[in-house]
Design a protein around this ligand. Structure first.
Ligand code: ACO
Length: 305
């Protein structure tokens, strides 16, 4: 969906969207497609690239806020779709736009504790289903998508550290205020994203820069040693602000927001996938991943790819 299509739907312009967000287009799932459909496609690509067979996977974690149904989890649906019948655990992680770094952190802990060897970590969303398509403040920002990675236990350095945070005091700045337990009646009217954008913006810039510093300090490395920043893709201005604080030029920052919009938990693995497949990110390079989302939740991962 191009920005020009949105001009027909709400009082906005292509120019406003590009200048304020960097977004040019986003992808919207077909009516018949669910989050699990997107997760399955991404997972099959990741499994192919990793050169493993699906039954080697002994943990499936899906980061999502837009599950197919109340239960089972998308991870369980996905495990079945992929034909994994080894009874290994599968569950979803819900941390909105920080979901993928949260899922990565959980996966890393399982591996380091010796409880998993081959983990499928997916970020998948159909945010289009929880948008008010009459609210120009939000509907222009988000898109649907999925990305996936396979982690395998190894003696080589991979995930150096993850840093996860939350501060529940800010619910009202960014939320979908209704849901199952608050009642289905209201849910029909308010089950869409509501955001106080400029306040979220300020918080995102400050927390993302704090967590970047925390990550570098924890690993005793200097920002000049980072090869790539692979940030959550919410807004090009936030991404540029974070890059500036890390003294990184935009050549070393993976930016896909122009093509995907904000795909919440899917945005980091989608960006990673683009830069790995087009040959920019190479084995052995150091990557800083970071995300910020509703909750508020935020986090980072330092990785040698
Ligand atoms: N088209 C035209 N005008 C618009 C649109 C639009 N689509 N949306 C808002 N406006 C107007 C507003 O109504 C406002 O008008 P007013 O001054 O007459 O009241 C004006 O533009 C400026 O609005 P601001 O909100 O101040 O604009 P800002 O520069 O902050 O940009 C944006 C808005 C893009 C939402 C930005 O604040 C942002 O990116 N925020 C952070 C989003 C984010 O990072 N989310 C994180 C995770 S999302 C998750 O977890 C689900």
């Amino acid at each position: 969906m191009e920005n020009t299509e949105l001009e027909q739907m709400v009082d906005t312009t292509d120019q406003w969207i590009r200048e304020r967000t960097g977004i040019e287009r986003r992808h919207i799932a077909a009516e018949s497609q669910t989050t699990c459909d997107l997760a399955e496609a991404a997972s099959r690509h990741a499994i192919d690239m990793a050169g493993i067979s699906a039954d080697q996977i002994d943990l499936v974690i899906v980061a999502t806020t837009t599950a197919d149904c109340v239960f089972p989890s998308v991870a369980c649906l996905l495990q079945n779709r992929l034909g994994i019948t080894n009874a290994s655990p599968a569950f979803d992680v819900q941390a909105v736009c920080a979901g993928f770094v949260y899922a990565l952190g959980v996966a890393d802990s399982f591996v380091k504790a010796g409880n998993a060897k081959t983990v499928l970590v997916v970020g998948a969303e159909t945010f289009s289903r929880i948008l008010n398509w009459e609210d120009r403040n939000t509907c222009v920002l988000f898109g649907d998508g999925a990305g996936a990675v396979v982690l395998t236990a190894s003696d080589e350095p991979g995930i150096h550290s993850t840093h996860l945070h939350a501060d529940g005091r800010y619910e009202e700045l960014l939320h979908v205020p209704e849901g199952v337990s608050r009642g289905y009646a209201e849910m029909q009217q308010q089950a869409y994203v509501q955001m106080r954008g400029s306040e979220v913006f300020r918080m995102a810039v400050s927390k993302l820069s704090e967590v970047a510093d925390e990550t570098l300090q924890a690993n005793g490395i200097d920002k000049s040693e980072l090869d790539w920043l692979v940030p959550h893709q919410a807004n090009l201005r936030i991404i540029k602000g974070t890059a500036r604080k890390l003294a990184m030029t935009m050549e070393n920052v993976v930016v896909t927001v122009q093509d995907h919009g904000n795909t919440s938990a899917a945005s980091i693995p989608l960006a990673l996938d683009v830069a790995v497949r087009d040959g920019r990110i190479k084995a052995g390079e150091k990557l800083l991943l970071e995300g910020f989302g509703g909750g508020f939740t935020w986090g980072s991962a330092l990785i040698t790819f």
